[in-house]
Design a binder for this molecule. Sequence first.
Ligand code: PLP
Length: 407
Amino acid sequence: MLDVRLFLNMPIPLSQRLSLIKPSLTMAVEARAKALKKAGIDIIGFGAGEPDFDTPDFIKEAAVRAIRDGFTRYTPVGGMDELKEAVCFRFKTDLGLEYQPQEVVVGCGGKHVLYNIAQALWGPGDEVLVPAPCWVSYPPLILLAGATPILLPTREENGFKLTPEELAAAVTERTRALILNSPSNPTGAVYDREELEALGRVILEKDLLVVSDDIYDKILFDGRSFVNLAQLGPEYRARTLVVNGVSKSYAMTGWRIGFLAGPPEIIDAVNTIQSHSTSNPNSIAQKAAVAALTGPQDFVPQMVAELNRRRNYIVDRLNALPGIRVRPPAGAFYIFPDFSAYFGRIFREPDVKDSLKLADYLLEKAQIAVVPGAAFGADSCLRFSYTVPLDLIEKGLKRLEKALSRL
Ligand SMILES: Cc1ncc(COP(=O)(O)O)c(C=O)c1O
């Protein structure tokens, strides 16, 4: 590769903004695991934040049809009407939430939609509340907007859920919004209606805007049904930005379609940002997303049933490890056990004292990839994705047991 620095007399100056953030640690773990696999090392990857299922055929067919029909040009910036209508149809059918297409904007994945929200709404001096442990990308996308993420630590004994008292105590005159993510990445925590109502009273009293990141809304276990803040009534709907997408529910992570439903003035603001960055999301993926949202939904419960089988297995096996106690996650496809009992206690590995070092140790010695809890603001934990077939989970956990038993 040509080194451009040979032609420059100065270091390439990078933006000051960039110094605020680091590359996503979850993506780094995935990339490292993939590189080792490519080098012929038999790595079992518990790092991926995506379903291991294939996108259903009828969705792929819709994309093939779109290409054949020449649906290969720009669409409106915020997505074509047909897709916005499909989004409204799903909100109405699944959640009883009425939205009009002008209250919806489609972006290149949920992450892009969240980025655009941050760019459109927040800036220097603004604080955005984020219950932690939290998804890796919330703090960086708030920082990139020039605002300050305020991490609100939640407690394991509260199921990693924010309490109304904790929320009330965190609000200042600079608070611009709260991000809620249920089911949660990385903890799998799910807020039930009563818990949301209790938070909702504080949200109304403090006049907060809420970003409800519902990307895992269809991945729930033990008969739970999904509820978000907007469903609690019109006064809540008016202050909630509902973010979702097709990535997780329909095994479509690579297609990059996410969406937002919310107040039209915010939709317009997001559209303006998008009009000068990506323009419309991929036209072919939009057609596929229409098929996903309006077609047969039986793929979703089938995938959830398989994830549930894996969840139950991994919970039992982890709980059989000395020093580990983990509750079954209520949703999503992650489990987030506390491994601090092993810090500094692994035979001949006294330096393995934090989640980064333990994840490195497990990658090297057990050939399993997990994400260090530090990436999510909880250094005592490790995140395992159970987006791996059951036989590999079994094999991976055997390796984990062996690597940890050298105490
Ligand atoms: C909590 C959370 N929100 C949003 C996203 C974004 O997903 P996508 O950009 O694929 O729609 C992810 C993906 O990992 C996530 O875990």
